[in-house]
Design a binder for this molecule. Structure first.
Ligand code: MF3
Ligand code: CO
Ligand code: CO
Length: 270
């Protein structure tokens, strides 16, 4: 009751904010389950970090993710998700997200690659992605990767109860624009935990005081996709998954799963 009153009271202060549906607010036991799934998901990305490099195919990354996930007692959420054919997403350079691993696609020096992994453990989900620099990467691309990480880190420093999604969306967009980059708007983060993609949808742009109110017990991803050039993207017509930048310029992304706590947040997968 005190919780409902606090929500009602806060919404009076933020007339443009949206009320969170109660079913997305997790119990302590659910958060513990999501924490465990998130930890295992982080361990799988650590295993990717140990093997990724020049000459490694994205198909090998997919096999490593499948093996490590099984060893750790999880399942890969991506495999079969809306017909997705592989265990993980590998997105190189101008691929924004949802790149499909391929045994004949060997990573080359100078490329930047995002590996996005989602693991189910005991029915709970953890979702995270990282960027990897392959061999000798240009300063221009290194900066894109670094600024994208700063966008995520700044959002994490802002995401607290009784603030809104628009508060950190605004900060991400501002930092990207200040560096001459653009934010992908069609694809965003999401609630996560009991399912792969739950409410709310999490935009990486916004205005302070707008969007859903953050309250303790909400679990969500923040996963900004930042483009060096235009924010416009398109989907591959052949495979139905791969998202590319319209202008062919590089894109970077980092993703964490977080829980909103009483005092701020806790990163559950990184
Ligand atoms: N892991 C991605 C996300 O962050 C979703 C990938 S869906 C897939 O939401 F089917 F392409 F794997
Ligand atoms: Co993901
Ligand atoms: Co996600």
């Amino acid at each position: 009751m005190a919780f409902d009153e606090k929500i009602a009271h806060t919404l009076l202060q933020y007339p443009h904010a949206e009320e969170p549906p109660r079913e997305i607010i997790k119990t302590p036991a659910q958060i513990e389950g999501i924490r465990k799934a998130g930890e295992i998901n982080t361990m799988i990305l650590d295993a990717v970090a140990d093997m990724i490099g020049e000459g490694v195919s994205t198909g090998e990354i997919d096999r490593l993710v499948a093996e490590r996930t099984a060893e750790l007692g999880g399942t890969c959420a991506c495999l079969g998700y809306q017909g997705y054919p592989k265990h993980v997403c590998t997105s190189i350079d101008e691929v924004v997200c949802h790149g499909i691993p391929d045994n004949s696609r060997f990573l080359q020096s100078g490329e930047i690659v995002n590996v996005d992994c989602t693991t189910i453990v005991d029915g709970y989900y953890g979702d995270a992605s990282r960027m990897f620099l392959i061999g000798d990467v240009s300063e221009e691309k290194k900066k894109l990767v670094a600024v994208t990480k700063e966008c995520l880190d700044e959002a994490v420093s802002i995401a607290k109860p009784w603030t809104t999604l628009g508060d950190f969306g605004y900060a991400i967009n501002k930092r990207a624009k200040d560096n001459g980059y653009s934010v992908v708007v069609e694809i965003g983060g999401h609630g996560v935990g009991l399912d792969f993609h739950e409410e709310p949808w999490v935009p990486h742009i916004g205005d302070p005081g707008t969007g859903m109110l953050l309250v303790p017990g909400m679990t969500l991803t923040i996963e900004p996709m930042i483009n060096m050039g235009t924010s416009e993207v398109f989907c591959d017509k052949e495979d139905g998954w791969t998202i590319y930048t319209e202008d062919g310029k590089p894109s970077a992304q980092w993703e964490y799963t977080l829980v909103i706590t009483e005092s701020g947040n806790e990163i559950l997968s990184r």
